[in-house]
Design a protein around this ligand. Structure first.
Ligand code: MV4
Length: 447
């Protein structure tokens, strides 16, 4: 087992990782920027190293600075959390070169799953269902139109380096193809420096359902069932839940086995997430694979009673997985509390938290790094807390979330708490019968 882990991240996820390390008897090293001197991850870790200026590129994204911090503190592993360098192939490679275990995917795995067209054809070969469309990249408008005609309009043009919906365009008919192609490629080039595209039939109003998996270095993988992340705004998840209201035990089994098949086909090691779209008929299609721990991992932990960070550390150290799959024994919901004004287009609201009360009680978990008097810096993402509830039924979980959010106090900055409170009373949300288009019509007036 590792002696000392450096956490190459900040905020709630840095604390989350430190907590499990403490329980495992592993020493921790925090790294921090000058904007985070007062952050809890700095205080909770056994050691802390300042790695530079606030801007990500000068600190949490700087490979040489993080490697130096690991070298001077004698850390034998690095946990990257999510975001920043978590899916950076170069960082994974450099860690390996310096004999520091990267608790995440290998360089090769990150490259293979990061290129979406490659990931898709890899999964197709493994027998995972995919959306019909181009077999790999399309080289010209002429070729694209031919494939679109065969698949049937509407289709979706996607950048192979894409993510977060960037470099993606819906094409309604052949007339609109050229413009969508030009727009998607320009956006992809500006965002990723890569304008290579592929094409899929457009699945209308799907659900976003992802399967949590864990693989070990013996070639085995298991799944921990699904998370439903259909409620998003501009490709930012707002709330996640498990089990999904649309996933039956039969579908869970099918999606779980597909995810395992995909993971085992590539020899996947560590924790990962296989994202699927589920259409109105309950058919599912591979979208992407994330090679990191995700923000929403706690809902899976709560319903399966499984510490995903502990498992990441154990498989990174060479331990085998238990060899069984895990199914939800409860219902869990996570609300992401962001320092944003939901009444003003979710505009970020950094600043000082003057008063704070976090909720508690049975079935309530709060993952957060904030405290009364803490100043939210403007440089990083605006998530300041995750409120996770679990209960015996979905209805009880919703009631518990309302209760928890109702006792939560954050003063000094605007937050998304009022949005979540309104969501908990929304009839469509309560019915469980919604799609990724839910937020297009949700009323944000007066929040
Ligand atoms: C799709 C789709 C419909 N049909 N692919 C959005 C970002 C990337 N992860 C994939 N995305 C989508 N791919 C086909 N063939 C609809 C989306 C999509 C979406 C997916 C999940 C959650 C929210 C979404 C919001 C808009 C579009």
């Amino acid at each position: 087992m590792f002696n000392k882990i450096l956490i190459a991240n900040r905020g709630e996820i840095a604390l989350r990782i430190i907590r499990t390390c403490k329980e495992m008897g592993i020493k921790t090293v925090a790294v921090y920027s000058t904007a985070d001197e007062e952050s809890l991850h700095v205080r909770f870790a056994d050691e802390a190293v300042c790695i530079g200026a606030p801007s990500g590129k000068d600190s949490y994204l700087s490979i040489p600075r993080i490697i130096s911090a690991a070298e001077i503190t004698n850390a034998d592993a690095i946990h990257p959390g999510y975001g920043f360098l978590a899916e950076n192939a170069e960082f994974s490679k450099v860690c390996e070169e310096y004999n520091i275990k990267f608790i995440g995917a290998s360089e090769d795995m990150i490259n293979r799953m990061g290129d979406k067209a490659t990931a898709k054809s890899t999964m197709k070969k493994a027998g995972v269902p995919i959306v019909p469309g181009s077999d790999g990249l399309i080289e010209s408008v002429k070729e694209g139109k031919k494939i679109a005609k065969k698949a049937g309009y509407p289709v979706l043009l996607k950048a192979t380096s894409g993510g977060g919906g960037k470099g993606m365009r819906i094409v309604k008919d052949e007339e609109g193809f050229q413009k969508a192609w030009d727009d998607a490629r320009t956006e992809a080039m500006n965002s990723f420096g890569d304008d290579r595209m592929y094409l899929e039939k457009y699945v209308e109003e799907p659900r976003h359902v992802e399967i949590q998996i864990v693989g070990d270095n013996k070639g085995h993988a298991c799944h921990l069932s699904e998370r439903d992340c259909s409620i998003q705004r501009r490709h930012q998840k707002l709330i996640e839940e498990t089990p999904s209201p649309v996933v039956t035990q039969e579908l869970r089994e099918k999606m779980g086995q597909a995810a395992i098949k995909g993971a085992e086909a590539i020899g996947y090691e560590g924790a990962g997430t296989v994202e699927f779209l589920v259409d109105k008929n309950g058919d599912f299609y591979f979208m992407e694979m994330n090679t990191r721990i995700q923000v929403e991992h706690p809902i899976t932990e709560e319903v399966t009673d499984y510490d995903l960070i502990k498992e990441q550390i154990k498989v990174a150290a060479g331990d085998p997985i238990s060899g069984r799959n895990y199914y939800p024994q409860k219902f869990a919901i996570e609300c992401r509390i962001n320092a944003e004004d939901p009444g003003k287009d979710f505009r970020p609201c950094p600043g000082k938290i003057t008063q704070l009360h976090l909720p508690g009680g049975h079935g309530v978990r709060v993952d957060s790094h904030v405290y009364a008097g803490y100043t939210i810096p403007p440089y990083y993402d605006s998530m300041i807390a995750k409120v996770i509830v679990s209960a015996q039924t979905r209805e009880e979980a919703i009631i518990k979330m309302k209760r928890a959010l109702g006792e939560m106090v954050i003063e000094g900055v605007r937050t998304t708490i009022p949005f979540h409170l309104r969501l908990m009373d929304n009839e469509v949300f309560k019915s469980g019968n919604f799609t990724t288009a839910f937020m297009d019509t949700f009323d944000l007036e007066g929040l």
